[in-house]
Design a protein around this ligand. Structure first.
Ligand code: SF4
Ligand code: MSK
Length: 625
């Protein structure tokens, strides 16, 4: 075994990734792992969060020799401000996605588009009723107009509470009010965070952090939740079905199109276009056997959850998918899209297409998607892909691995249906200790880790302990490739969970969607807590993001903790330069909101920490640990 081979094995646990890393090396393509090497060691000031660049009296960096910035800010203030802005980035990402969904829904409601419509009208009526909108004897579009307006209100400054806060158990809402962290409006909380962290404003680290919790709650219970609920209304509420995952979903004899990003508004139309007979005929004219669509990252999750479209890979597979040399076109919307994809694509015949004015990439072609032209633009993109097919060099094509089967589509509605319409079987299973608890494992990849090692092993270890795992985002791909998203995987679970999964016909690891769909997990937690008459923080639940990288993941972790869910991270955010901020995250928040973070890079030790927490919660509920 040569040195290079060993290094490649250390980069990713997967065969498809390792083969493509070796091919990238042969083809002279640089990847995230190469660039990480060039960036390492990282700047310690940045890593610990004590570098401040928010005014031009600086930049300042805190050390023993220079403990204060020019303005007098200390490490605690600087770290809190930096982290507050980091969380604001995440909340803005999810929530702006949510706003785009409202705008789409609004356009449908006002008849401004023929390309989009309402797929799940029953859900729309249910949500409208939940939000106090009259529905009886009303035209569906009238209801939709009121619902769109109501959802826009959650982004503004005129409400005391965002739309879905009524789902939160009363005891927690009271706690949030007392602490001053009740989320009022998404944009308001984000703007206020930017204001607080301007030079000369909030110079109390704990106070800044509490606003971080409030802003993250606005993301979880409004921005993200609205994105999820409206995507279901527009494109359908997911129900269980089978799909496939890994680079083997690409097809050597077909035009391969990848969708990447987050918002189904683009990817759903691409899916419709690839199914049109005249475009398939055009592909055949160009020598292809057909058109193959596959997903990456979260828009891949959205299409897989609703339509069963296969998943090519997660975050660290995005460059490697292009290294197969078999992708004609990658079409993206926003978030988690490496700028390097333009360069990687240019090493092959792959064209990259952007669709959102807020996410353009130099070197990519821009095909702007708007509500009135979604279908026309989707057809244009698919035609562009077909035109690339004759340019493919078969000598440079290598599609590794056979795809792995998985089951997807576990919306809360589907889960409840699997249980006969009531959460009672789930609660009974928890009480009986057959299912000792549940953990949402969410988030990303990060080349600092061996790709998916922590994601996969944490999932495997938890199910062995009779803990149900729910996955979203890029962890889904890890669990799917590991063969854990099928009912048969229950044989790897503990005896209790195996029995429950067998009875319900579900896998021990449930796929609940994309990044914004972590809101489904919040909703499920609230549903169980309300059913039991306790707070979410009393339940034997936890969350984890073992290989996270993004601002959005930090915001998800923060809204999970603020909602009362103990949250594990594989590595800390850039906050360790402040004892106050780190102490609050790892301990102090527990006293305030009933949950805190824990940090552990080893998935086996992380399993123990999570298990210990679940034991503690079970005992407090008077249940066998
Ligand atoms: Fe330096 Fe203070 Fe300006 Fe930050 S706000 S750059 S610590 S002077
Ligand atoms: S895409 S935020 S890498 S999960 Fe949602 Fe994956 Fe993390 Fe992006």
């Amino acid at each position: 075994m040569n040195d290079k081979k060993r290094k490649i094995e250390d980069m990713s646990i997967w065969e498809d990734a390792q083969l493509m890393l070796a091919k990238a090396e042969r083809d002279g393509v640089e990847t995230a792992w190469d660039r990480l090497g060039q960036q390492t060691p990282h700047c310690r000031f940045g890593e610990t969060g004590v570098c401040c660049r928010i005014c031009t009296m600086g930049p300042c960096r805190i050390s023993k020799k220079a403990p204060l910035g020019v303005c007098g800010a200390d490490a605690d203030v600087i770290v809190a401000r930096n982290f507050g802005r980091f969380l604001a980035g995440g909340a803005a990402g999810h929530s702006d996605h949510g706003r785009d969904c409202i705008e789409a829904f609004h356009a449908v409601a006002y008849g401004e588009t023929r390309d989009y419509g309402i797929t799940d009208q029953a859900k729309m009526v249910r949500i409208a009723q939940e939000l106090g909108i009259a529905t009886e004897d009303r035209d569906a579009m009238d209801i939709a107009r009121d619902l769109a307006d109501e959802m826009f209100e959650s982004f503004g400054s005129r409400r005391e509470e965002v739309a879905f806060v009524h789902r939160v158990p009363e005891v927690q809402r009271k706690r949030w009010k007392e602490l001053g962290i009740m989320p009022r409006g998404v944009d308001r909380e984000i703007t206020e965070m930017m204001h607080r962290t301007h030079m000369g404003c909030d110079n109390d680290a704990a106070n800044t952090l509490l606003h971080g919790a409030r802003m993250s709650l606005a993301d979880g219970w409004a921005g993200s939740m609205i994105a999820t609920e409206l995507s279901d209304i527009l494109f359908g509420t997911p129900a269980p079905h089978m799909s496939r995952v890994n680079l083997g979903v690409l097809k050597a004899d077909q035009v391969n199109i990848l969708v990447h990003g987050h918002n189904p508004i683009v990817s759903e139309k691409i899916l419709e276009a690839v199914q049109e007979p005249d475009l398939t005929a055009l592909a055949k004219e160009k020598g292809a056997a057909g058109i193959n669509l596959a997903g990456l990252c979260c828009t891949g999750n959205e299409l897989m959850m609703r339509k069963g479209i296969p998943m090519a890979g997660n975050h660290l597979m995005t460059e490697l998918a292009l290294v197969t040399g078999a992708v004609e076109l990658i079409v993206v919307d926003y978030q988690c899209i490496m700028p390097s994809l333009v360069q990687v694509g240019s090493c092959y015949h792959t064209r990259m297409v952007t669709t959102a004015d807020k996410a353009r990439f130099t070197g990519a072609e821009h095909v702007k998607f708007e509500m009135h032209n979604g279908m026309e633009q989707a057809r244009k993109v698919v035609r562009m892909a077909i035109e690339r097919f004759p340019l493919r060099n078969p000598d440079r094509v290598d599609i590794p691995s056979e795809p792995v089967e998985l089951m997807t589509g576990f919306s809360n509605e589907a889960l409840l249906e699997a249980m006969g319409g009531s959460p009672a079987p789930l609660i009974d299973a928890i009480k009986a200790g057959k299912m000792r608890g549940a953990v949402g494992i969410v988030g990303c990849n990060n080349p600092k880790y061996q790709h998916d090692y922590c994601n996969l092993n944490l999932v495997k270890e938890l199910i062995k302990k009779d803990i149900l795992v729910i996955v979203t985002g890029c962890v889904t791909t890890a669990a799917g490739k590991g063969g854990l998203l099928v009912p048969g995987a229950a044989e790897h679970a503990g005896p209790g969970l195996m029995e429950i999964c067998g009875a319900l016909g579900i896998p021990p690891v449930l796929h609940m969607g994309s990044c914004v769909d972590n809101a489904r997990i919040l909703q499920l937690g609230a549903l169980l807590a309300n059913e039991l008459g306790v707070a979410i923080s009393d339940l034997p639940l936890a969350a984890s993001s073992p290989e996270w990288y993004s601002e959005k993941a930090a915001t998800i972790g923060t809204y999970a903790v603020a909602s009362g869910i103990f949250t594990h991270l594989g590595h800390p955010p850039n906050i360790t330069g402040s004892e106050i901020v780190t102490g609050l995250a790892l301990k102090g928040l527990d006293e305030l909101v009933g949950a805190c973070f824990c940090i552990e890079s080893d998935p086996f030790r992380a399993t123990e920490l999570i298990d210990e927490r679940i034991r503690m919660k079970r005992e407090a509920l008077g249940l066998e640990p």
